[in-house]
Design a protein around this ligand. Structure first.
Ligand code: GDP
Ligand code: ZN
Length: 461
């Protein structure tokens, strides 16, 4: 079957200087040959697979040099899409890469749809669905840790786990079949019940474990939503600015998420912080004052982390105490700012109010204490020990939803077993669990779901 050749700009992560035009399909090499002149005069069609060639890209009509390029030739099936792949690296900016893309598109390639490269990799059996989604997460990864999680998933760590669980369920189902086919053997039924209960418990525990990782996984993926609160003038904007300036602000360009406009991402020691409603904080200074205690409680409840700022040079006020009330039970770091000024605050009183919270003192004016604050943020969420690279995290919200559903169905199966429900009814719940888990890796997925998933990808991946 003829596979048409697709092309798109596919810029490597975290780099702006080099841009890549990637082609994939039956004519990828042929099209590149029409445009490329290597220094030694060698044709790409004669080049060995997985080799890189330096030369010029020409406009075949005018014969004029368009760009200086490096071209990688990779023949299928040992490529990301399993098809022939050519990557044209150009070191210019967006203008030159667009010129290259234009040449490629006027010489036989078609512009790839969003996610089409990854979709081909999936459809050609190169990767499973959870791996495909990991590619999307990689593109959006905001810190190295988040990237490690996505990489682990791309290597198929989650898929492996899910396959094992499905295998367990299949074994139970096989036993159930035996039980239904030979109901006259009493010991078969007894054995089946015991084994069934055991295995179903095992599956339930594994699903639970995975769900427990989802909180951290989600944070790594989406950022830790963080709200800075405090009375006017305590230093909230200064804190925001120093967090943004001392850490790489993370640029996001996820299409279709308008909320990014009012959020700012920073990378604090591997923890991506999503500073909430910073526009609001910047403009009106005081979220509590602006929307009232009740509603701010609502807004703040959605935050994973609260940075509560106090003024070292003033006595604690009613407002301060109210704030402590509002953030009760949440993850809070208390920041006592302006330590360069004369102390007015009663630290014992703060300790009393802060009880379970971590307290950090800063002078944002003199740039002191910010390191300690960052340390506190990092240790709060990684307990200082977890290396994201070694663990299987679930971070994708589709996976999380499916795991929740499969937890429900496996629990129903367990209830059924314990209440002595006829085994063929229990079988229905088990089968459903098996199907739901399969959806995570794309093994019982409907076509339209696949289209929907891949259309979320950035162009060029
Ligand atoms: P916000 O109203 O809570 O956002 O507070 P701002 O960040 O706007 O700061 C209010 C004022 O306090 C500004 O003039 C800051 O320069 C000043 N300020 C912030 N941090 C410190 C600090 O650590 N020491 C001193 N002396 N002044 C500070
Ligand atoms: Zn301010």
């Amino acid at each position: 079957m003829e596979v048409d050749t697709i092309a798109a700009i596919s810029t490597p992560m975290g780099e702006g200087a080099i841009a890549i035009v990637r082609l994939s399909g039956d004519e990828a090499i042929l099209i590149a040959d029409k445009l490329f002149r290597s220094i030694g005069g060698k044709k790409l069609s004669e080049a060995a697979t997985h080799t890189i060639h330096y030369g010029h890209l020409l406009d075949p009509k005018s014969g004029q040099v368009v760009e200086e390029v490096m071209v990688s030739v990779m023949r299928g099936p040992k490529t990301f899409t399993k098809e022939d792949v050519v990557e044209i690296n150009c070191h210019g900016g967006i203008v030159s890469v667009n010129r290259v893309l234009k040449q490629v598109l006027t010489n036989g390639a078609r512009l790839a749809e969003p996610g089409e490269f990854t979709k081909r990799a999936f459809l050609n059996g190169r990767i499973d669905l959870s791996q495909a989604e990991a590619v999307m997460d990689l593109i959006r990864a905001k810190t190295d840790r988040a990237m490690n999680v996505a990489l682990g998933q791309m290597e198929g760590r989650l898929s492996k786990l899910i396959r094992r669980l499905r295998q367990e369920i299949l074994e139970i189902l096989a036993h159930v079949e035996v039980n239904i086919d030979y109901p006259e053997y009493d010991d078969v039924e007894e054995m089946t019940h015991k084994m069934l209960a055991e295995k179903a418990h095992f599956v339930r525990e594994e699903i639970k474990k995975l769900l427990q990782t989802s909180e951290q996984g989600k944070i790594l993926r989406e950022g830790l939503s963080t709200a800075i609160v405090g009375r006017p003038n305590v230093g909230k904007s200064s804190l925001l600015n120093s967090l943004v300036h001392e850490n790489k602000a993370i640029v996001t360009d996820i299409p279709g998420t308008t909320r990014d406009v009012i959020e700012e991402y920073v990378n604090v020691r591997g923890v991506p912080l999503r500073l909430l409603d910073t526009a609001g904080i910047r403009e009106t200074e005081d979220i509590v004052e602006r929307i009232g205690v009740e509603r701010s409680r609502q807004v703040l409840q959605d935050a994973d982390l609260i940075l509560l700022v106090l003024n070292y040079a003033e006595k604690l006020s009613m407002e301060d105490e109210q704030l402590f009330e509002v953030v009760k039970g949440m993850d809070v770091i208390v920041i006592i700012n302006k330590t360069d000024l004369e102390q007015q605050i009663d630290l014992d009183q703060v300790s009393e109010l802060a009880k379970e919270h971590k307290i950090v003192t800063t002078s944002l004016l003199e740039d002191r204490g910010v390191d300690e604050l960052e340390e506190a943020i990092a240790s709060l969420f990684f307990a200082g020990t977890i290396d994201a690279g070694d663990m299987t995290y679930v971070s994708n919200s589709r996976h999380i939803a499916l795991l929740h559903q499969s937890l429900t169905t496996i629990e129903e199966a367990i209830d059924g077993v314990e209440m002595g429900t006829p085994i063929d009814i229990v079988q229905i719940d088990l089968t459903r669990t098996w199907e739901l888990l399969g959806e995570i890796i794309g093994e019982s997925v409907h076509e339209s779901l696949i289209d929907q998933l891949f259309s979320q990808f950035c162009l060029g991946k």
